[in-house]
Write a protein that binds this ligand. Structure first.
Ligand SMILES: Nc1ncnc2c1ncn2[C@@H]1O[C@H](COP(=O)(O)OC(=O)[C@@H](N)CCS)[C@@H](O)[C@H]1O
Length: 960
């Protein structure tokens, strides 16, 4: 492991200790902060090549805590980084702490002291150093313990004192201290400050009597530069002179207007073959909604539309699975999607669907126009036709033997045995996945979009817009043009879709990815007959923003713009392609059939408010790389950022007004301290707007939290609760502090509204504001709440999420639920396997190898019987509607227990069934491991019999 660090940084000591715990060697290189990535240090390069900038995240990777201790460790690490380090750096830069008023630091230490009572280590069940022990110990030992308050701390907090000495004597700690020498105390504190990313104590830095001792690095010094006279001047001159505008009313239908900012926002249209999961939600509708809400609060003319994507083989396959018609699948899932998005508070102007007459009309019209402009080619292609089903087979509906590796269950487009791409017509012994009959090859003429002919136009257009795209969108789109475009087939011999309006092509439909993007227009047309004002504006500027995840980029960056360019009718092309990477679920992929992940309806059932889901999904929005949904993190962010940071600040301010000022905003007389906190908030506000204008939603949210953090520190430092009991002047001062804080809370309510609309509405009601508006998002901070404005009734905005409930939810959605029929068979099979294990162990204890090996045949045939009983029972009991892929566990092979030929053959047959079933319903990541198991079993059989896999497979089939 390689660590890069600045001088005297205690966080580096944590990493060195962690490396010693897992016996890994480290090299430490000292660098200047300016040489680091974004000024953050230490960074650590793990042996896997991964580089991390968060020390505590790295610690958890180096020493992964056991499953049971994960939550408690995580909680302490969050406490250490966001509260303890913050309070220590505050102390470091101000030199101020107060035992009498329980300063932030002192109350944190008291909390720690209570927990450490009668404990050798922080986490009771850990009999050795835990991650939490290491991190908290390093921070205290390296910083405040050797400052002037160190002795007082040890005297007052005996349990902390004992614990510090105990940990210090640990051999690993001793070794590490010897290896990494640095100056403890104020130097260490300023070293953390110089390279940390969160806003710490900028208010006091330049004012602290001790700050002269603290040498900040040049980079950080600039970043955390003291508020300038000019910044303060701007605040004071704007404070009472700028009017705070109202948010406009947008009457129906919202239409673009000349000389105004007009923003057309689309979210990708989700398929109707499933309930959307959290990834789908943040990937398209939620991101678009946050952005649309932001735009409306900036008084932009905003139209936000979306809907369901209802054509295509995904719908047909689902209909076959549910033994119903594609249209009834669309109707059923349209309602499900609609309900889910309503619960998530997605504020579409219109949520439509693609199976409408408007869609058919628009798609056919565009096709004819593109054809008339000479951009449509036709070509004859070989296709598989299933005569018994009377349908041409889309790739999803055909399987056969791979012409290359002879793997029997190759798909129509790719072989999972050798991974090579194949043409469905090249499959040996192809079979229809619906009826298993052999399809025939039939020639069929199809239409192609002539992309090569459009390449130059596309390149020219792209160069004018791509700067406004998200990084992911640019990265995905670029190679398409770089590698040269090929004609793209846009019609299919299917029944479910929009008919091709050309004689001789009546039985063909448009490929779903040709028709879907026109859905944006047709859905707008359902919203207003004037839809062309948005899509084909005359003398009006409309900016089109499109939200989706990376897999949708080629269709929006290349295929759809190419169609519009070909039509050459002045329809607008997208300006901002806001694509994300993928959200994963607890380090794995979402899978409906395995019960892994949280799907729209599950989120509602958890009892966690939709606003908290919105907040967390925005917090982990995969803007630059795939990100992860994590239950513990959700609880931690709720408890630390929403409850302790944001909620605490606004509640303290409001309760204070209620208690001491008869619920009326007191007069405000701005002093330097107030100008400073407002100037710091102004910086965050400007950064918020800059981020939100580019739809960098995650960053936008962090700037909101930074404002409330500044607010909390301001209150903590100003102590209005002390001043209110002092002289008349002190009381006035308390009034100003609270007036400023309430104004900041009011600003925060507007900034938070795009992310958490219900919470923002509640906060605005507590602030005594009308709740028919979320508040204008201003460029500049002004006095929004005037003196004597009456507030409403304050109450806490957020609830703590307890560890216990989060653990229950984590288990519930981890894929092994036992609550549904779908999983009861897994449980029974698990029991059967466990039974087998016990039998084998018993036999091994009683007999020598020859003895227990001879018994295994009986054991396996018992197990086989149990498995097939379970399967047939399940097949009998499950009605067609609820039919889910059968889950069959084939016994894992190991050195001790090997199977005989009959058992292997039977296992192969079962595994083959499993693979086939999974492949018809699941994504590759789900069935690929099962394919590998199948291949392994086949190889074992071949090794045992000396017969090559293919001929043996035939033999085993004949036997059946
Ligand atoms: N794991 C994911 N994380 C983020 N976004 C994701 C993830 N998986 C998919 N998506 C995005 O969700 C929407 C909807 O996807 P769906 O497969 O239902 O629909 C389509 O892709 C098309 N019907 C879109 C036609 S315009 C999508 O943006 C995915 O990229």
């Amino acid at each position: 492991m390689n660590i890069l660090t600045n001088e005297d940084n205690p966080n580096t000591l944590k990493l060195i200790i962690a490396a010693k715990v897992v016996q890994q060697s480290v090299t430490v290189k000292k660098v200047e902060p300016k040489e680091s990535f974004l000024g953050r240090l230490p960074s650590i390069e793990l042996s896997s090549g991964l580089v991390l900038f968060s020390t505590n995240a790295a610690m958890q990777l180096i020493i992964p805590p056991s499953e049971e201790l994960k939550i408690i460790n995580s909680k302490w690490l969050e406490w250490e980084i966001s509260q303890l380090q913050s309070a220590i750096t505050f102390y470091g830069s101000t030199g101020i702490y107060k035992t009498t008023h329980k300063s932030g630091l002192w109350s944190l230490l008291e909390e720690l002291n209570n927990v450490l009572k009668d404990k050798k280590y922080l986490i009771k069940d850990n009999n050795d150093l835990s991650l939490a022990d290491i991190c908290i110990w390093v921070t205290l030992w390296s910083t405040v313990l050797v400052t002037e308050i160190g002795n007082e701390l040890c005297r007052e907090y005996q349990h902390i004192n004992n614990w510090i000495s105990n940990i210090e004597s640990h051999p690993i700690i001793q070794d590490s201290i010897k290896e990494y020498k640095f100056e403890r105390g104020l130097k260490a504190i300023s070293s953390i400050q110089a390279v940390s990313w969160f806003p710490i104590n900028t208010i006091q830095n330049f004012r602290s009597p001790k700050s002269a001792d603290i040498q900040l690095s040049p980079t950080k010094e600039k970043e955390m530069e003291a508020v300038s006279q000019e910044e303060m001047h701007i605040i004071s001159s704007n404070w009472s002179s700028i009017l705070y505008p109202d948010v406009k009313n947008f009457p129906y239908p919202v239409l673009p207007k000349k000389d105004e900012k007009n923003v057309l926002i689309t979210s990708a249209l989700p398929y109707v073959n499933n309930v959307p999961h959290l990834g789908n939600i943040i990937g398209c509708v939620l991101s678009a909604d946050i952005f649309a809400r932001y735009c409306r609060q900036r008084n932009y003319n905003t139209l936000f539309i979306s809907g369901t994507d209802e054509y295509g083989t995904a719908t047909e396959a689902k209909a076959l699975e549910e033994k119903t018609t594609p249209q009834s699948i669309c109707d059923k899932f349209f309602d499900i999607h609609n309900d889910i998005y309503r619960w998530f508070n997605i504020g579409f102007d219109y949520f439509g669907r693609t199976t409408t007459p408007e869609q058919t009309e628009i798609v056919q019209k565009f096709f004819l126009r593109i054809k008339s402009q000479g951009y449509i080619l036709s070509e004859t292609v070989d296709q598989l036709l299933c005569e018994s089903c009377d349908r041409f087979l889309a790739d999803r509906f055909v399987e056969g033997t791979c012409p290359r590796c002879k793997y029997e269950d190759a798909r129509g487009d790719q072989c999972d045995g050798c991974s090579h791409l194949i043409n469905a017509t090249d499959l040996i012994s192809p079979r229809c996945k619906v009826c298993s009959n052999r399809p025939i090859i039939k020639k069929s003429e199809q239409f192609f979009l002539d992309l090569p002919k459009l390449e130059n136009k596309l390149k020219e257009w792209l160069s004018t817009v791509e700067n406004g795209w998200s990084g992911v969108a640019r990265v995905v789109a670029k190679p398409w043009l770089r590698d040269g475009l090929k004609p793209r087939c846009i019609t299919r011999d299917l029944k479910w879709g929009i008919p091709v309006p050309i004689k001789g092509f009546e039985n063909k439909v448009f490929y779903v990815w040709f028709d879907a993007p026109f859905g944006y227009m047709s859905i707008t047309k359902r919203y207003t007959k004037e839809y062309e004002q948005w899509w084909k504006p005359k003398d009006i500027k409309v900016d089109l923003y499109q939200f989706m995840a990376k897999d949708n980029v080629p269709f929006h960056a290349i295929m759809f713009p190419a169609s519009l360019l070909a039509a050459n009718e002045d329809y607008i092309l997208l300006k901002h392609l806001m694509a994300t990477e993928y959200l994963n679920y607890e380090d794995t992929k979402f899978s409906k059939s395995r019960g892994i992940g949280v799907f729209g309806t599950d989120a509602r059932d958890t009892g966690i408010p939709s606003d908290v889901w919105r907040f967390y999904l925005a917090y982990v929005r995969p803007e630059t790389q795939d990100s992860n949904f994590n239950w513990v993190d959700l609880a931690t962010k709720n408890n630390s950022e929403l409850l302790n940071n944001f909620g605490n600040f606004v509640n303290r301010a409001l309760v204070f007004v209620e208690r001491y000022f008869e619920s009326k905003i007191p007069p405000i007389e701005l002093q330097e301290d107030d100008l400073i906190v407002l100037a710091l908030a102004q910086r965050e506000l400007s950064s918020y707007i800059c981020a939100m204008e580019q739809a960098k939603l995650r960053d936008g949210l962090k700037h909101i939290l930074a404002i409330s953090k500044h607010g909390n520190q301001y209150m903590q430092f100003q102590e209005p609760w002390v001043k209110i009991k002092g002289t008349d002047n002190d009381k006035k001062r308390a009034g100003t502090i609270i007036g400023i804080s309430c104004n900041m809370a009011c600003l925060l309510s507007a900034l938070l509204a795009p992310f958490m609309p219900s919470t923002a509405r509640e906060l605005r009601s507590q602030l005594g504001l009308a709740t028919n508006s979320y508040g204008y998002i201003p460029d500049l901070i002004t006095n929004i709440l005037p003196t004597a404005h009456k507030i409403g009734k304050p109450s806490p905005l957020f609830k703590k999420i307890e560890d216990k409930s989060i653990e229950t939810l984590r288990k519930k959605y981890a894929g092994k639920q036992e609550t549904t029929n779908e999983h009861s068979d897994v449980k029974s099979l698990d029991n059967a396997i466990a039974e087998l294990d016990t039998k084998v162990k018993e036999l091994k204890a009683k007999h020598d190898k020859s003895g227990w090996q001879s018994s295994q045949v009986q054991i396996f045939s018992d197990l086989k019987k149990k498995l097939s009983d379970l399967i047939s029972e399940k097949n009998k009991s499950s009605d067609s509607k609820n039919k889910k892929p059968e889950i069959v566990l084939v016994p894992e092979q190991n050195g001790d227990v090997s199977m005989d030929v009959a058992s292997l053959e039977s296992a192969i047959a079962m595994q083959g069934n499993l693979v086939r079933t999974l492949k018809s319903k699941e994504e590759k990541s789900v069935w690929q491991p099962e394919v590998e198991k199948l291949l392994k079993l086949k190889k074992q059989l071949a090794d045992l019999t000396g017969i090559a896999p293919t001929s043996n497979e035939k033999k085993s089939k004949k036997k059946k």
